[in-house]
Design a protein around this ligand. Structure first.
Ligand code: UDP
Length: 236
């Protein structure tokens, strides 16, 4: 592996032979509760890499600017160097997870409008919810950048909701990360069952990281199901 610049919970960022690019390796490690629960799930890295690559290519084809340059192997991608904005953008279509808990709205409740919310990307402070004014006040991003990210996030939501519906999957919610590169804001990180909630459209079976968070059984069976349905979609 080339020189490691940063090792995160689920990915490793390395130097590449290009000044304007990094290499990212997907790991098998699964974590939840800000790292409190941690386990290696053999093959998770490969599944997430493949799912995320399919999604990023689809988004790029549909006008969303992403960091993905090329796929190097099963678990490795070359991406544009970007300065990650420390704001996680969460989009919700249906109540679940922390939203359900915090506001007493049962999981599975349809929301009257799509929600875009932000959290401060910080392991130290436990990714707390943060609003526009707090973000601009402490200089995590400008209002322009936030407006850009929110608009991109809503576009991603429309594109992905349609893509997954074709695959018989409901997109409940998801988290995006963005970065600054050459005066642009790029969609970075990954989009996978680690960062989204995917429910089977007929049975509501959970096909995402909630299987790990909540000990619902074979975690990767859900991830494999998501991947195979995306591939079937592509063949159509
Ligand atoms: N999410 C994520 N990383 C985080 C927090 C949330 O990828 O650090 C994703 C999560 O998988 C879900 C969505 O963002 O698809 C909303 O998560 P929520 O706020 O409900 O938090 P959770 O229940 O995961 O703690």
């Amino acid at each position: 592996m080339s020189e490691v610049l940063y090792e995160g919970k689920s990915k490793i960022v390395c130097k590449s032979d290009r000044d304007d690019a990094y290499i990212i390796n997907y790991k098998d490690t699964a974590t939840a509760g800000n790292g409190a629960k941690k386990e290696d799930l053999e093959g998770k890295g490969k599944l997430n890499a493949e799912i995320s690559n399919i999604i990023f290519k689809y988004l790029e084809e549909n006008g969303v600017k992403t960091h993905l340059i090329e796929v190097i192997d099963d678990i490795t991608v070359l991406v544009k160097k970007a300065e990650i904005i420390l704001v996680e953008v969460i989009v919700r279509n249906i109540a679940a997870g922390s939203f359900s808990k915090k506001y007493g709205v049962p999981e599975g409740t349809a929301l009257k409008n799509v929600i875009v919310e932000y959290s401060f990307k910080s392991d130290e402070y436990g990714d707390p919810l943060i609003n526009d004014q707090q973000i601009t006040a402490i200089g995590l991003a400008t209002q322009n950048e936030l407006d850009n990210m929110a608009a991109q996030a809503l576009k991603v939501n429309e594109l992905l909701s349609a893509l997954f519906l074709k695959a018989g999957i409901k997109l409940i919610d998801f988290k995006l990360e963005f970065g600054r590169a050459g005066g642009e804001i790029l969609l970075c990180d990954e989009i996978s069952p680690d960062s989204c909630r995917f429910w089977d459209a007929k049975t509501n079976e959970k096909l995402d990281k909630d299987r790990f968070r909540r000990d619902l059984g074979d975690v990767l069976a859900g991830y494999r199901d998501v991947l195979s349905r995306l591939k079937t979609n592509e063949e159509r």
